[in-house]
Design a protein around this ligand. Structure first.
Ligand SMILES: Nc1ncnc2c1ncn2[C@@H]1O[C@H](COP(=O)(O)OP(=O)(O)OP(=O)(O)O)[C@@H](O)[C@H]1O
Ligand SMILES: [Mg+2]
Length: 307
């Protein structure tokens, strides 16, 4: 349904999107995950026909985003990062306006349904200027869904709304599955994990990993994390003992023991057991611990960059 091939965007000398290739199948929810400045918004603006790519191409429902942008827009609902709002319109008027603009068959009824979906029906006669920030975000979502588009592209739909609404919006996005193909961006890993069938992780304009959240975790969990508990040595001594081992990348205290992270490809279990016993201590526990996607994400995009 969405096919992206080598999509690239330069702003002057700066490459914001650098050769992205990915797809989203019909009925699938795909998350575009990346830290600030990764190129999420730039990608979405190209896919929705608001900006031409520097090179590469993309098709939505079989239509080229550049040469068939009118056909694309009919089939796409887009929640931009900054929703253009008309302050003097009423809520209902605003959504109806967008429904008409996109050729909806029953603009008023569809507007009413979209407002219900985002919990704004009781504000239908409120002027847009008088909505709170979170309500505006939800109005943007109603605008994106009003013409019942095949493809829904949402740029950080949960930003700026309160936690209760975040949960509701996530549920609504999730409910779009199967009837719609959804591409949504987020910098929140757990959000991507909760909602998506597949995640495309981008950093500095490039894809660094993609796949189903579970598969991704397995594929990227390089090195094995072990939980190790030693008795007989004080914490500092035990920590030093472990971090001195070749093949150990890092050691972090956790509870009564340590999380030991091995370097890629290294199996350090035998060395740990041997070293502990040689030093005259007792190995109480040693077991693998799964890395969370959060840890993997930080690992890939570099610590301190993912905010
Ligand atoms: N109109 C523009 N002109 C010049 N540079 C731009 C423009 N828009 C974006 N950029 C740059 O392109 C890069 C990608 O920006 P983009 O907005 O696509 O990132 P993002 O992943 O959406 O980030 P965020 O999470 O902060 O929304 C950034 O380095 C940004 O400064
Ligand atoms: Mg953005």
């Amino acid at each position: 349904m969405i096919e992206v091939e080598n999509l690239t965007k330069h702003y002057g000398h700066h490459t914001a999107v650098d050769g992205l290739t990915f797809t989203a199948d019909a009925g699938e929810i795909v998350g575009l995950l990346g830290p600030n400045g990764a190129g999420k918004t730039t990608t979405m603006r190209m896919l929705t026909g608001f900006m031409p790519p520097t090179s590469g191409s993309a098709r939505i429902a079989g239509f080229d985003i550049f040469t068939d942008s009118l056909e694309v827009r009919k089939r796409v609902g887009y929640l931009p990062e900054r929703v253009p709002l008309y302050p003097d319109m009423t809520v209902k008027g605003y959504v109806t306006f967008w429904a008409e603009l996109r050729g909806a068959k029953q603009p008023r009824q569809q507007a009413e349904r979209a407002l219900e979906m985002v919990n704004l029906s009781d504000r239908r006669n409120t002027l847009v200027r008088n909505l709170s920030k979170g309500m505006r975000q939800r109005l943007g979502l109603a605008q994106a869904l009003v013409h019942d588009p095949q493809v829904v592209i949402l740029d950080e739909p949960t930003i700026g709304i309160d936690p209760q609404q975040v949960i509701e919006v996530r549920e609504r996005v999730r409910a779009l599955r199967q009837q719609h193909t959804v591409l949504f961006s987020t910098h929140i890993l757990s959000e991507a994990e909760q909602i998506c069938d597949r995640v495309v992780i981008i950093n500095k304009g490039k894809i660094v990993a993609q796949g189903a959240p579970n598969a991704l975790r397995q594929q990227l969990q390089h090195g094995v994390n072990l939980y190790v508990q030693i008795s007989g040595a004080n914490s500092a001594t035990a920590g030093r003992l472990l971090s001195d081992l070749r093949g150990v990348q890092s050691v972090e205290a956790q509870g009564d023991g340590f999380i030991v992270r091995a370097r890629q490809g290294a199996d350090v279990r035998g060395d740990i057991a041997q070293r502990v016993v040689q030093a005259g201590y007792t190995l109480l526990e040693m077991r693998p611990v799964a890395m969370t996607l959060e840890e993997i994400f930080l690992d890939i995009v570099g610590k301190g960059q993912a905010s």
